[in-house]
Write a protein of this length. Sequence first.
Length: 720
Amino acid sequence: MIILGMLIGDRYEILDKIGTGGMSDVYKAKDHKLNRFVAVKVLKQEFSENTNFVSKFRVEAQAAAGLMHPNIVNVYDVGEEDGIYYIVMELVEGITLKNYIEKKSRLSIKEAISIAIQVSMGIEAAHNNHIIHRDIKPQNIIISKDGKVKVTDFGIAKAATSNTITSNVMGSVHYTSPEQARGGFSDEKSDIYSLGCTMFEMLTGHVPFDGETTVAIAIKHIQEEMPSPREYVSEIPLCVEKIIFKCTQKSPDRRYQSMSELIVDLKKSLITPDEDFVTMVDVDASAATKAITEEDMAEIKEKTGSINVDEVHMRLNEDAARSKSRQKPLRTWEDEEEDDEYEEDDEDEDEDEDDEYDDDDMDPKMERITTILAIVAAVIIGIIALVLVANAVGIFKGKDTEEDQEEVVKDIEMVSVVGMDIEVAKVTLKELYVEVETTYEESDEVEENKVISQSINAGEMVAQGTKITLVVSSGTNAVDVPDVTGKARDEAIAELEAAGFRVTTDTDYDDDVEEGYVISQSPNGSEKAAKTSTVTLIVSIGPETKKTDVPDLRGLSESAAKDKLSQSNLKAGTVSEEYSDSVTKGLVISQSYSPGMEVEEGTAVNFVLSLGKKEEKYNFVGSIDAPSGYTPGTTVTIIITSADGEQRSFSTSSFPVSVNETGFKSGSGTISFSGTRTVDSQKIDEAGNPVVDEYGQPVMEQKEEKVDYPSQTVNFTQAQ
């Protein structure tokens, strides 16, 4: 059992639980040997007790530990301690691609392709090390806080397949390949299919297939055609749609055959999104059955000697029928739990059948002829298929090897476009990922719109993205190109077309040029060019939107909160106040954007300050009647005392008296009365003796006497 603070492997201190999955829990830990924070994935108890699974898990995890790539969550260590099986991985602070898609509903085309390229590069590195992921999905792709895309759980899906398929499949079946859904063999092209489904979801916000049960979804992957992402988002370029379609072909042979092929097309889609360059593998060329012609048979006879073809055909048909009778039906998801039992039974059946077929009598000569015929036929058909596939995917058009494909991604050898039509030259150079800039000059020798010279000579090695300047002939009838920089897009196009030029446009961010206005043009306004030649305009789409994370303002003072927003290039919005029983007066209670949320720089963040704990106020409004024993006309002092000791007092000589006292902190109190009255009493001399008159009668006089009347208990009303 994992306890926070415990030490695993004498070096990993468990600090906090940061996640949980179908087969493991993930903890943040500190590696005391290397003094760094790591993520420790610990197998759940039910999997730790399965020795078969643990064995597979350790082998696959150790293989994944050999992968080191910036687009992979790297595995550092694998271990076991007191029955706890764990993997130590790179700690990546960020969110999963699944959560990112849910937050944004769907991603922009450029952002989705950029993420797909990074994911592809990570998967490519694993495939080059003979490691297949088998569970590519947005939940296994993490976007870090600094924008890096990383794939996690490499090598673990294979070990988990037979143990977690019933518990985890709902999250994975939306992205599973048809061959995985059938329970069949899966390879690198299964990861390509899953990535295609992931790209579909990034661009549309929807999974390609959905259903009420995992089996229903799996059947759709096997039987139904992939829906078009452009049905959800019409502005998706055709080439991007075809990339997804090629990734998600039912047959693995019709998909991209490697991640490097896919990366090349993804990069092209960023540079030339309007170009239709994706080559789909024709089903007839790749999979259709070819009839053997008489010429083919004659060639086979010539190479194998005299053969009784009818006898061979009959023998092959018998073998095919016998093989067909041995085939077992496709297994379903529910059959996965019986993997071991199936394997044992299959081995026994195979042994029995092998014994049975060994007993069959076969003429040795016929067996040798059949074998030779099968080999020759397989070689011929294989060569035909390879040629057809190679022509379909364009292998014979240029680069032949993986090393050459690597060159396409890194450095390229410049070709000569001198003498080409400028439009053909642009297409040629774009295929090399070179930026083209044109300048025109008059020429009596070079035909109009043909390239006179180029700034980089043929044969030179240059990096992708290098800018090459082509000098183009404007012929002898060149005209001045209007200067349209700074003008609105439509106005600029109209002016150029009126001058006889064709116009193409592209877009770019610009902090100074307003959206929709021309940033630059090629050729420039100071140059001459042939009429009907093309002028390229770069149109502004405004300043590039920069993102930042919202800081946590809670518990800060108003000035500290504003300073922290300023440091993150954000603005303070509306500042309001409200009472709080838990937050000290003057500190931030809440904010309009959650801490850690990514927003555009300059966004205004509202926050609420605490007024402290709200004190209830009470009022005493009404009338007070005369106390018992009151003598009309005499003055009475009335004292109102609240339960917490606060007093209000006033005097009156008439009742009832109206009262409107507010702001008491307690809801009840008492009313007390005190006053004086005039009474007759015998006069006392200075010596303290009663005074009598000459007749011996007491001499009377009037005196003021203090009187305390009975008090009253009252309840106050709560202030609104």
